[in-house]
Design a protein around this ligand. Structure first.
Ligand SMILES: [Zn+2]
Length: 418
């Protein structure tokens, strides 16, 4: 490891010596690319050789409303050693039919990578709250730099993960349907298959309903890898629980670089109240909601239990857990999970640091409590600065949160007996 790092440094030092003197007159023009999985950008204004204004593309829903400008992801080339000034703009959109929402502010820093794999944050950022624009200054050490709302977690990484997990004797994967563009919708069940399910609790973790919620994919991957591991806690988890994962709902959006809606404009975390499994029109328009809703309701209809379900999302600066459940038993389980996370993990809820039970009905997945009494929660995790971590959340923070979340859900599900 050490020799690798030193070799890398040596190459950089040599490259710098060669490249720097040549920059003034005939440096290659800085170019932009989104020709990769998850790429997205709007109009680019060139204000100087290394100064640009970059518009966030955004996406509207099926009614032409609710423009979501939550996702940008692009690569710049020919940038080594150059002083770049990038102004990100056009963030203002609409949320829940209320115009003016802005998914960027002074507490957020764009994710940055110089290899497209490892991510840090572009910390040198000025926020103009009048113009709703973020101006970044960067001096990349390599010749390419990626900038994105948060660390990319592409669809292909999920496909590889599923292939890898299938090798485990503790995991079973199934394709439960197809997205609008024909990508697999995957459900993974992890348990100790030598023990009868009748004695177990069932946890259901769902993530990535919105393509821009990349942090939730890292959490889900961390949870899955832990659940399949040889750690004693993981073995006990499998013996006592059936862990069902639906880790990537917005498969098309993750591949295409859409912010929020499916390719027909439907929000995968709305419409859960209106989607009727007997009406095939919903299957055509929003198969992502249709198939996952069907999988969940079928599981229950076939006599399966769901002791706790959690649907994971990202927000700009809010962090919380919300539910429509109002019976004592469900709330006791959820509160136990909540308190564990608060006490011992990076979970850093916004005030008043309580489970939110007065959630406005919006047809999101929490609706399943109304329809089928499933104790389901929505968890939002912020991409903005975490005072608890004292940093902008990293990929490692997300991966590590996965096991903690799963263990806290298991503790909650197992509270108070059957
Ligand atoms: Zn979301």
């Amino acid at each position: 490891m050490r020799s690798k790092v030193r070799a890398g440094f040596l190459i950089l030092a040599v490259a710098a010596a060669v490249v720097f003197p040549a920059i003034t007159a005939d440096a290659a023009e800085v170019t932009f690319s989104t020709a990769f999985e998850g790429g997205s950008i709007g109009r680019i204004e060139k204000l100087g050789e290394t100064t640009f204004r970059v518009h966030v593309l955004g996406q509207q829903d099926e009614r032409g409303r609710n423009r979501a400008a939550t996702w940008y992801c692009f690569r710049m080339d020919h940038v080594q050693g150059r002083d770049l000034t990038i102004t990100l703009t056009d963030f203002v959109g609409e949320y829940n039919d209320v115009p003016g929402s802005c998914p960027m502010n002074e507490k957020i820093r764009p994710a940055m990578s110089e290899d497209g794999q490892t991510w840090s944050h572009a910390e040198d950022m000025a926020w103009d709250n009048e113009k709703k624009e973020a101006t970044l200054r960067l001096k990349p050490q390599r010749d390419s730099v990626w900038l994105a709302t948060q660390a990319m977690y592409p669809h292909s990484r999920f496909v590889s993960l599923v292939e890898e997990l299938k090798q485990s004797p503790h995991a079973r994967g199934e394709v439960i349907g197809k997205s609008v563009q024909g990508r697999d919708l995957v459900l993974i069940t992890v348990t100790d298959y030598s023990k009868p399910d009748a004695d177990k609790k069932t946890l259901w973790l769902q993530a990535r309903q919105h393509a821009w919620d990349g942090g939730t994919s890292y959490v889900a991957e961390g949870a899955l890898r832990f659940a399949l591991s040889d750690r004693p806690e993981a073995r006990a988890l499998r013996e006592g629980n059936v862990c069902i994962f639906t880790p990537m709902v917005a498969v098309d959006g993750c591949a295409l670089g859409l912010p929020r809606f499916n390719v027909h404009g439907y929000d995968p975390n709305r419409h859960w109240d209106e989607v009727n499994l007997r009406d095939k029109r919903y299957l055509e328009l929003m198969p992502e909601v249709w198939y996952f809703k069907k999988a969940i309701l079928n599981h229950v209809a076939r006599g399966g239990r769901i002791d706790l379900m959690l649907n994971l999302h990202n927000t700009e600066t809010g962090e919380y857990v919300a539910t429509q459940a109002d019976d004592e038993k469900s709330l006791a389980k959820m509160n136990l999970m909540y308190d564990r996370l608060l006490a011992a993990t990076s979970f850093d809820p916004s005030p008043p640091q309580k489970l939110r039970t007065s959630e406005r009905a919006s047809g999101n997945t929490n609706w399943l409590y109304q329809e089928a009494r499933i104790p389901v929660m929505l968890m939002e995790q912020r991409i903005g600065f975490s005072t608890k971590l004292n940093r902008w959340p990293t990929v490692s923070d997300r991966l590590e949160f996965g096991p903690a979340l799963l263990m806290a859900m298991a503790a909650g599900a197992n509270a108070g007996g059957k």
